[in-house]
Design a protein around this ligand. Structure first.
Ligand code: C2O
Length: 541
């Protein structure tokens, strides 16, 4: 196994998008940021140097971080921010993961421009014929205004933040946006070859449908776990999710659009309904390809096609029979959804009917500490930073899918509450979407863990009938599950990684509103079950 040393300099960088000049925050002046390529088993040593004017932290999304929680990165959860002018070195090893992951800033909305691919090649060989090319395709979301200002303003007023101004493929909006077509991402391919496309949804707030004109895709991995191959003409990725597909270039020499647009699961809520494109361009093997004809355009599901989104997720399975951890030690039931806070007396707020937008799990709206990280507080036993009384089940039960339930029944409590797990405990967690204010598909991500998705469904989860629907044979392993709109998902994992691990909705607007909680996984017995000591350069608060 190799050790890879990298330097990531976070800095302001001039770019042009949508007919305007901007100064965005990047890593090493690149947007998207540098692609990291490693082999399963390798170690990464990444020195993040902050030359920007914002605090920053970096998260290696989906990396298990076994015993190295100090390198995980969420601001005020596992570390204090890297202040402007300082640096911090993230050290971690990739253990048993292969496929596509990614990295992104985990502080405010910086990840709008601070993100990149993390490609993990197999130790031995792919479980399919070696692809000719491996092509990272990062789907993103672009704001004309500084995204930090967008979220700051929303937080001040309690209103919903502005929606984005474009979607992007590898940083470029593509042919259907003003002043963009000359920079559209073009991917050169050769007829007959089979390529591995590594899709990453790095968008802040939008689930995306993706399709390629005239080409079928065979899904072979998701969230850096191999899947049973299945062929589809459309993908749906929630923010945080990755999907690796094989595509054979079996069409006539021409150009074909890769196109992505929103799966807007929340009905009646404004969203960006534009389409981003890149071009698969077949090499004609000639000097003059003749006049360029417009590329063929794929058919994409309608923006509200929940059926298409659900069918795609349901198609993802493990390649063969897996060993599912059991028996269950901790049976948990967490609601995930939006809510509203009353406006403080004497103030005017920007949410509906003079409220502030909120979001919660089990009615707790997560609050980050701001003087010390939770992991440091846990490690050094600093009192008063968090409590461990996060409820195992919702405090009140009712029809979670009903709209307009009385707000008095369901106004979240802001708090920093963790759920404590014994080392090695087997956790089964029902994630139940709610419709208090609006129902929406919530891509729920857990740091430090992969989990099996045993089942997904619509309506209220009912153990008496729904337990029978669990796939206990070949459920998919993921790090982010798109909990269906007005529905539920059941996941299972073994708490074999000590530390403090954030679980949250990967729509940044929902994290901003508090749709998060954290697990505190206690140390076990013996060195391999114990959190490592904090690195000496861990940023001070
Ligand atoms: Cu992709 Cu909390 O992160």
């Amino acid at each position: 196994a190799e050790v890879h040393h990298k330097e990531f300099v976070v800095q302001a960088t001039p770019v042009k998008r949508l007919c305007m000049a901007h100064n965005i925050i990047t890593v090493n002046g690149q947007f998207p940021g540098p692609t990291i390529e490693v082999t399963n088993g390798d170690t990464l040593v990444i020195n993040v140097v902050n030359r920007a004017r914002y605090n920053v932290t970096m998260h290696w999304h989906g990396v298990r971080q076994m015993r190295t929680a100090w390198a995980d990165g969420p601001e005020f959860v596992t570390q204090c921010p890297i202040r402007p002018g300082s640096s911090y070195t993230y050290r971690f090893t990739i253990e048993g993961q292969e496929g596509t992951l990614w990295w992104h800033a985990h502080s405010s909305w910086l990840r709008a421009t601070v993100y990149g691919a993390l490609i993990i090649r197999p130790k031995e060989s792919f479980p399919f014929a070696k692809p000719k090319q491996e092509i990272p395709i990062l789907l993103g979301e672009w704001w004309d205004r500084n995204p930090i200002d967008v979220v700051r303003q929303a937080t001040r007023t309690g209103a919903a933040p502005n929606i984005s101004d474009a979607f992007t493929v590898n940083g470029q909006p593509g042919d259907f946006y003003n002043c963009s077509s000359k920079d559209t991402t073009v991917i050169p391919v050769k007829a007959g070859e089979t390529n591995l496309l590594r899709f990453i949804n790095a968008a802040l707030n939008t689930e995306l449908f993706v399709a390629i004109a005239n080409h079928k895709m065979t899904v072979v991995a998701a969230d850096a776990s191999y899947t049973k191959p299945f062929t589809t003409s459309v993908l749906m990725l929630g923010p945080g999710q990755t999907t690796d597909v094989l595509v054979t270039m079996d069409q006539p020499l021409s150009r074909y659009y890769i196109a992505a647009r929103a799966y807007a699961s929340a009905q009646g809520v404004p969203f960006d309904n534009t389409t981003t494109t890149a071009i698969l361009s077949y090499d004609c093997g000639c000097a003059d390809p003749g006049p360029a004809v417009p590329p063929a355009f794929p058919s994409l599901p309608a923006f509200n096609d929940t059926g298409a989104a659900t069918a795609f997720s349901a198609g993802i399975k493990s390649p063969s029979e897996v060993h599912i951890p059991g028996p269950v030690d901790e049976s948990l039931f967490f609601t995930v959804g939006l809510g509203l806070f009353n406006c403080p007396p004497g103030k005017t707020c920007g949410g509906p009917n003079n409220t502030r937008f909120a979001a919660s799990m089990n009615n707790i709206s997560f609050v980050l500490p701001n003087t010390v990280s939770i992991l440091q507080a846990h490690y050094h036993q600093v009192p008063g930073v968090f409590t461990t009384d996060f409820p195992a089940v919702p405090p009140v039960q009712f029809d979670y899918t009903a709209q307009n339930v009385s707000r008095s029944l369901w106004q979240p409590n802001p708090a920093t509450k963790l759920y404590k797990l014994k080392y090695g405990a087997v956790v089964q967690l029902v994630l139940q979407g709610t419709n208090i204010f609006a129902a929406e598909n919530h891509p729920i991500h857990i740091h430090g863990y992969d989990f099996y998705v045993l089942a997904e469904g619509f309506g209220n989860f009912n153990a008496a009938t729904d337990n029978a629907k669990f796939n206990l044979v070949n459920p998919p392993m993921r790090n982010t599950v798109a909990v269906p709109v007005n529905g539920w998902a059941v996941i299972r994992f073994k708490a074999d990684n000590p530390g403090v691990w954030l679980m949250h909705c990967h729509l940044d607007v929902h994290i901003t509103w508090g749709l998060a909680m954290a697990f505190l996984v206690e140390d076990g017995v013996g060195e391999l079950q114990t959190l490592e000591a904090p690195p000496v350069d861990l940023p001070a608060c």
